[in-house]
Design a protein around this ligand. Structure first.
Ligand SMILES: Cc1ncc(COP(=O)(O)O)c(C=O)c1O
Length: 343
């Protein structure tokens, strides 16, 4: 039973079939193929607006290049201290922006609030050459703690960011899970509430490996083609990347897959909460369950072959774990995990 990550799951059969179907004859290389053109149309339909879409191979590339497009090298980027860009990307955002500074902010639920961004901003003197200049806020949706920003929360952050001349970036590695939870439209979750640039992730939700940088304003996309090529992210056989994204959006598969993952996470949290030695750490809104477990319970689960990660629990010494579900998690795995936990 593997609850370590949604990346641990394979690719959905529909994705593999779409790749196979695209593997028919020749196609124009470097993103000039029909699937990449279809992707932009498909995303314009899904997001109900004009979009400028640049598929890439990893979420790290999507985040780092999206930020580099809207932040100068002397800029400051405000993000949560647990954000993937700050903790898991080996300095790629700093590297690709040419040295912009990440300013990390703490909160218990993984989300930023306008108040804390405002307090952090007070430490940066605008126009002073001695200070990095506030340039962007980056939020993660669903957050790295599995919680989701409500559209009004995104709107409040974007209003603040824009009033200070900053851009709002969204790391949407799990945007599908957030939208499935919120029940809002993709437009309400992004550009309508002020998101300027989105890193959209499909890999964790059914794809084999497909991410995209999505601009909602043509101005921000200017020259981006050079940036992606220089970063080694312009795949020559782009059709295989683009077709995965097209397939996920068609027939709303992305939401169906995310709904499955979310439903199983909710089920897992509800049942795990009844087991002795378990405290669910915060509300389960997407496909991650964070829980405090006793040492004995952690040992028992590992001994029964359950894979999951331990998280940094902070100062109180308790052990926090993350259990993740995916589009492919079998319902039976929840039952088996609860049996293992119950001894
Ligand atoms: C919040 C978040 N953003 C982005 C990524 C994508 O990273 P990559 O595809 O480079 O592993 C991940 C993957 O774990 C993630 O959790």
């Amino acid at each position: 039973m593997n609850f370590s990550s949604d990346n641990a799951s394979g690719a959905a059969p529909e994705i593999l079939e779409a790749i196979r179907a695209a593997n028919n004859g020749t196609a124009r290389a470097y993103g000039e193929d029909v699937w990449t053109a279809r992707l932009e149309k498909e995303m314009a339909r899904v997001f109900a607006c004009d979009v400028w879409v640049y598929p890439v191979l990893t979420g790290t590339a999507a985040n780092a290049l999206a930020l580099a497009a809207v932040v100068p090298q002397y800029g400051a980027i405000f993000c949560h201290e647990g954000a993937h860009i700050a903790t898991e990307e080996c300095g790629a955002p700093e590297f690709f922006t040419g040295g912009a500074r990440l300013v990390t902010l703490a909160s218990r639920d993984g989300k930023l609030s306008p108040g804390q961004i405002e307090r952090a901003l007070a430490q940066f003197e605008k126009g002073s050459v001695h200070h990095a200049q506030p340039a962007a806020v980056s939020i993660t949706q669903a957050s790295d703690f599995g919680t989701c920003y409500r559209p009004e929360e995104i709107g409040a952050i974007s209003s603040l960011a824009h009033s200070h001349g900053m851009k709002l970036h969204m790391d949407g590695a799990r945007l599908a899970n957030a939208i499935a939870f919120l029940g809002c439209t993709p437009a309400e979750a992004t550009w309508r509430t002020g998101v300027d640039v989105l890193s959209y992730g499909a890999t964790k939700n059914g794809a084999m490996g497909a991410e995209a940088i999505v601009f909602f304003n043509e101005e921000h996309a200017r020259d981006f083609g050079y940036r992606r090529k220089k970063a080694g992210q312009l795949a020559s056989k782009m059709r295989y990347v683009s077709v995965q994204l097209v397939c996920a959006f068609e027939e709303d598969r992305w939401l169906r897959w995310a709904n499955h993952a979310n439903a199983l996470a909710r089920q897992l949290a509800m049942r795990l909460a009844t087991v002795e030695g378990v405290e669910i750490a915060w509300p389960v809104e997407a496909n991650a369950v964070f829980a405090f477990l006793t040492d004995a319970l952690i040992d028992r689960l590992h001994a029964r072959g359950v894979s999951f990660y331990e998280w940094n629990a902070g100062s109180d010494g308790r052990r926090l774990v993350r259990l993740m579900t995916s589009f492919a998690t079998p319902e039976d795995d929840i039952k088996r995990l609860i049996e293992a936990a119950s001894g």
